[in-house]
Design a protein around this ligand. Structure first.
Ligand code: SF4
Ligand code: SF4
Length: 353
């Protein structure tokens, strides 16, 4: 099988039966509610699936509820499939439909010329939309570091993995996007993708299981210890890292000997899924939780989307990669126009390298 052959996604009757199975097995015990502020505020996942179409779209698909469930269920997947079912049956509430439309346009643009670019290389660095838009110089430095470390050319691939629509339940669109990505990677002879974003890893691994996908923090050499980090920091684990414990360990390793304060579990920055558009109050509460946990310590994260949100809410934050490759950290929020411009210039530079 080539990487362009896509894993089947349940749809229609199969999808309904997965949700029904979940509803039958879920005991409404509420244990998972302690792992999630959304469930805490809105009820157990079975109640939300059965009773509230609007609340369903507030789930950011972070995955924190899965390890919490004593019955071994996967509420995150059930909620995701329930969203998909509403989309496919045309029952999406108006506000969620608007958020989904805007996420779809973001994905579409990012996947199109002139923003998308594929290098002809066996191994590529895939920074993801946020890193490319916020810190293009970091992307180029990381590519160089990876090539030096591996002793061979490492290309840059710029495309959108479709996570913004995936998180909101449009699995059909995400699968279609992955199919196109798989074909383009095949055409360029790419077998290994080193990604700068855990959300990209989540989606690429789901739909392209034969592709070797790693997070850049897992492969950066230990010698790239964070020389610019202060002695004590707060390390924020972005919510997609719930799925990748080894990634959390890599982030700690790259912080070197610094004293690390952390929550012991990933935290939503407030930007996940359709949260900012659907419930700005909940999004702000998530951000506040991170700020409270960090207190006065410098806030270090490894998701550019999270860093962007922290800057927007008035707190300086560092992306671990900025510190590792010694590029001056982004200090102010970056406008949407600026991000697209950065992505355009990065795509041009990648084509000329
Ligand atoms: S996936 Fe995340 S946001 Fe959704 S219910 Fe589970 S813990 Fe809550
Ligand atoms: S998903 Fe699991 S933890 Fe959550 S209410 Fe159902 S049985 Fe309880």
């Amino acid at each position: 099988m080539t990487i362009s052959e896509i894993k089947e996604e349940p749809c229609g009757a199969a999808e309904e039966s997965t949700i029904e199975q979940f509803l039958l097995q879920c005991t409404s015990c509420g244990v998972c509610r302690t792992s999630c502020s959304f469930l805490d505020a809105h009820g157990s996942p079975d109640e939300i699936i059965s009773l509230s179409k609007r609340d369903l779209f507030l789930c950011t698909n972070c995955g924190a509820c899965k390890p919490a469930c004593p019955s071994g269920l996967d509420p995150a997947e059930a909620l995701l499939l329930a969203k998909q079912l509403l989309i496919e049956t045309g029952q999406v509430p108006e506000q969620a439909a608007k958020a989904l439309g805007s996420a779809g346009r973001f994905v579409q643009w990012g996947a199109s010329f002139p923003f998308a670019h594929y290098s002809r290389a066996e191994t590529v660095f895939w920074p993801g939309c946020s890193l490319a838009g916020m810190a293009p110089d970091v992307v180029l430095k990381v590519q160089q570091l990876l090539a030096e470390e591996r002793g061979k050319a490492v290309g840059i691939t710029l495309d959108c993995c479709a996570d913004p629509v995936y998180e909101m339940g449009d699995l059909k669109a995400a699968r279609k996007r992955a199919e196109a990505i798989g074909k383009s990677l095949d055409q360029q002879g790419t077998r290994t993708v080193i990604a700068g974003c855990a959300n990209c890893i989540k989606v690429l691994r789901r739909y392209l299981p034969d592709l070797d996908v790693k997070h850049v923090l897992e492969v950066l050499p230990g010698k790239a210890a964070a020389s610019l980090l202060p002695d004590s920091i707060y390390l924020h684990h972005p919510c997609p890292s719930y799925r990748f414990e080894a990634l959390q360990g890599s982030a700690r390793r790259l912080c070197g000997d610094r004293k690390i304060a952390e929550q012991g579990r990933p935290q939503c920055c407030g930007q996940g899924g359709g949260l900012p558009a659907l419930s700005p109050g909940s999004a702000e509460a998530c951000t506040r939780d991170v700020f409270n946990a960090a207190a006065n310590l410098p806030l270090v994260t490894y998701c550019m989307g999270c860093k962007d949100q922290f800057l927007r809410q008035g707190k300086q934050a560092y992306h671990l990669l900025e510190l590792l490759v010694s590029v001056p950290p982004v200090e102010r929020p970056v406008s949407s126009v600026r991000k697209w411009l950065n992505r355009l210039v990065l795509a041009l530079r990648a084509r000329w390298r």
